[in-house]
Ligand binder design. Structure first.
Ligand code: UD1
Length: 339
């Protein structure tokens, strides 16, 4: 299948482009590099040993997005493009709602105009909100979020569901990611957040490489196995494979839109991840326990049963794999794609 991958130069998008190539699909990237580097394209070509096509486009530009879809003539769209920093979304809600919703409207309109009926959306476990029982199950309602970024995911899930229901033949998979970490085993591509990392793994990796002095642990007084927050970390290569499985599943799906958790079903604490990373990089890493971060939940993890039964997909890689692969990427690229 020819697959338009919006946001394909980003962390999860770039790994998915490789997974698509490996599966014999033909990915075409659409990205404006708002939060990614064009250098990722050379790296993808180096790993894949073949050219990777990319169009630089702002997807909030309706005419440009229509022209892109008319030009590429994809069989399917995987829609990653969007802003994703929780804290920034609280400070600049309009920027988040405008960018994430307008780009989705433009993509869906272009798909409708040009008869493209397969859609895979990059959603998040954040749509379960603060009250869902553990483990998180796809049937849980109502979706809600605790910040504008999360609300854009919940809103887009609703929009896609409505558009799919109104368009005979349209099939959409809504993929709810848990906590993607790790990197491709080549060490050539990986996560490269701009500024100070908001998320745990890139922060630990930057401490290990000497860019940050120490990890701040956001609370050790939760009712969890060691007092620190537990999350369902998933290797980005497993996550990428989940997208290919979802794409291949769309034809046989009876619903017009369906949500799937992409997680492992296992919770790992902050200290467990830190110690696994210490094993991977061969040194102790400094940390300091501080107060809880506002809005954090003690524990989140997936019920991954639906993806296993319906997509035939499950996460294979361990926490140690995730740390070894992140360290390979970060140590070879201490400043990410910035050289
Ligand atoms: C965060 C977002 C979520 C988003 C996800 C993407 C918040 C409140 N939630 O989730 O919406 O979809 O990232 O992966 O930001 N921690 C520290 N020190 C740090 C950073 C994190 O102790 O410097 C702890 C946190 O308290 C948490 C765990 O590490 O217990 C994981 O945090 P993080 O990587 O930010 O992910 P989430 O909070 O799950």
């Amino acid at each position: 299948m020819r697959v338009l991958v919006t946001g394909g130069a980003g962390f999860i998008g770039s790994h998915t482009v490789l997974a698509l190539l490996e599966a014999g699909h033909e990915p075409v990237i659409g990205d404006n590099f708002a939060n990614s580097s064009p250098k990722v394209l050379e790296r993808l070509e180096q790993i894949a040993g073949q050219p990777v096509t990319c169009h630089e486009v702002d997807l909030t530009d309706v005419a440009a997005t229509d022209a892109l879809v008319a030009d590429v003539k994809p069989d399917a769209v995987i829609h990653f493009a969007g802003y994703k920093a929780v804290g920034e979304s609280v400070e600049k809600p309009l920027m988040y709602y405008t960018n994430n919703l307008d780009s989705t409207f433009a993509v869906l309109a272009a798909m409708t105009e040009h008869g493209v009926e397969k859609f895979v959306f990059s959603s998040s476990a954040t749509v379960y909100g603060p009250d869902a029982p553990l483990p998180y199950h796809e049937e849980y309602e109502p979706l809600r979020a605790t910040n504008p970024y999360g609300w854009t995911k919940a809103m887009i899930e609703q929009i896609v569901t409505d558009v799919a229901a109104a368009s005979p033949g349209f099939k959409a998979a809504l993929l709810r990611y848990f906590n993607p970490i790790g990197a491709h085993e080549s060490g050539l591509i990986g996560e490269d957040p701009s500024g100070t990392p908001n998320n745990l793994m890139p922060y630990i990796a930057q401490v290990a490489v000497g860019r940050r002095e120490k990890l701040g642990v956001f609370g050790d007084d939760y009712d969890t196995k060691d007092g620190t927050g537990e999350r369902d970390y998933i290797h980005v290569v497993d996550l990428a494979a989940g997208h290919v499985a979802a794409l291949d599943h769309l034809d046989t799906m009876s619903e017009s839109a369906r949500a799937f958790n992409l997680g492992t079903g296992q919770g790992t604490s902050v200290f467990e991840l830190l110690h696994a990373f210490e094993r991977a990089c061969g040194k102790e890493l400094p940390y300091e326990v501080g107060p809880r971060r506002a809005g954090d939940l003690p524990v989140t993890y997936a019920d991954p049963t639906r993806a296993r039964e319906e997509l035939g997909w499950k996460a294979e890689k361990t926490i140690d794999d995730m740390c070894v692969d992140t360290w390979r990427w970060q140590s070879a690229n201490p400043n990410g794609f910035g050289g």
